[in-house]
Design a protein around this ligand. Structure first.
Ligand code: NCD
Ligand code: ZN
Length: 345
């Protein structure tokens, strides 16, 4: 197959950041996605309907001219988030709420310290059919960083979905066979997103032959057997898994640093890299459901009208991109060859 047209896809997990970064990040997603779920881990985090609405304005205002790209907004859960806050957010058009265990990742310090604190918010979300998006890692210092997802499933997520079987839950950016298994075995209200980096790479790509800071993200890349399990699950065509790139830009100096930030800025190549993986797995016929149907169906959103076309074409991801503030950022897969390309419309 040399060319593939699919229904216009959505990206169910993106970090656009804010202010001067937006013209770059919004355009990069609008290039091929119809909609994208914007993560709320800004500084300060988006903890109220008003904060989210004002962010939506900034996102919409940063779209390239004529673009119909639509950002979908999320609420950042804290220990203080009430049922009322959730209700107001939903009325304002917020599509989901994000659970960051406090300290788990970038800008998560205001996250939730104990799930009991947000039981009323979770009950409200179950009533409203508003998905809970979960960063699925424990933060206890004694838990090895490679085990944090598995321990989270056993200690937190498993009990949570038992307590709230009606709650829609998306386990974000899953990285392990354990997570894939958990989602597959769960009821129809449990789903997961998978990033391009966790399908393409494993921890050797982070740690062998030197330290590769641009492959560092959270949850951290796992061993090869986990990567293979994730590849098998997308190949299976299960409707419980969908596209969420976790495109997460950090300026070059913050990645190439003595204490580098977690996050891969993949928006420049995400859809193409998924196509490459599905191609390698000989399941390009499954790409459309993963990229353009499963997520919308799970969220209860209409599927996008329109199509995008990918062509088998070799191109190289730029070594760096200059942000509007003049500072460089290194995109995911910089300098590497990609074998598919979205055709400009
Ligand atoms: C994300 C970021 O930079 O905001 N980083 C990452 O490594 N994925 C946060 C997150 O999704 O964990
Ligand atoms: Zn993320």
């Amino acid at each position: 197959m040399e060319q593939l047209s699919i229904r216009t896809p959505d990206d169910f997990h993106v970090h656009f950041r804010d202010q001067e970064m937006l013209p770059e990040t919004v355009a990069a997603s609008a290039r091929c996605f119809g909609r994208a779920v914007a993560m709320p881990n800004l500084v300060p985090p988006l903890t109220t309907a008003e904060a989210v609405l004002s962010y939506r304005k900034r996102l919409r205002g940063s779209r390239p001219q004529g673009s119909s790209f639509e950002p979908l907004l999320t609420l950042y859960l804290t220990d203080q988030t009430s049922a009322e806050t959730v209700r107001l957010a939903q009325q304002a058009g917020v599509v989901a709420a994000k659970l960051y265990p406090a300290g788990a990742t970038t800008n998560s310090n205001s996250g939730v310290t104990a799930l009991e604190k947000i039981y009323p918010a979770l009950e409200e979300m179950a009533l409203l059919a508003m998905p809970l998006l979960v960063h699925g890692e424990v933060t206890a210092a004694e838990v090895d960083v490679f085990d944090r997802e598995k321990v989270f499933i056993e200690g937190v997520l498993g009990p949570l979905v038992k307590r709230y079987p009606e709650l829609k839950v998306v386990m974000e950016h899953i990285t392990t066979a354990d997570a894939a298994q958990f989602v597959l075995a769960g009821n129809a209200r449990i789903a997961a997103t998978i990033t391009p980096q966790h399908l393409l790479l494993n921890r050797n790509d982070l740690l062998v032959g030197g330290l590769h800071p641009h492959n560092y993200c959270l949850p951290v890349l796992k061993r090869n057997t986990h990567q293979q399990a994730l590849r098998q699950v997308v190949k299976s065509g299960s409707r419980k898994f969908f596209l969420g790139s976790d495109s997460a830009p950090h300026e070059r100096s913050r990645k190439e640093s003595a204490c580098g930030c977690a996050g891969c800025y993949s928006a420049w190549s995400a859809l193409e890299l998924y196509a490459q993986v599905f191609d390698e797995l000989e399941c390009l016929d499954k790409l459309e459901a993963f990229a353009s149907e499963n997520g919308a169906d799970f969220y209860g959103l209409p599927r996008n009208p329109g199509t995008v076309t990918l062509r088998r074409e070799h191109w190289t991801v730029p070594e760096q991109i200059i942000l509007p503030n003049g500072r460089p950022i290194v995109p995911f897969f910089a300098g590497k060859e990609v074998r598919w390309k979205v055709q400009a419309v």
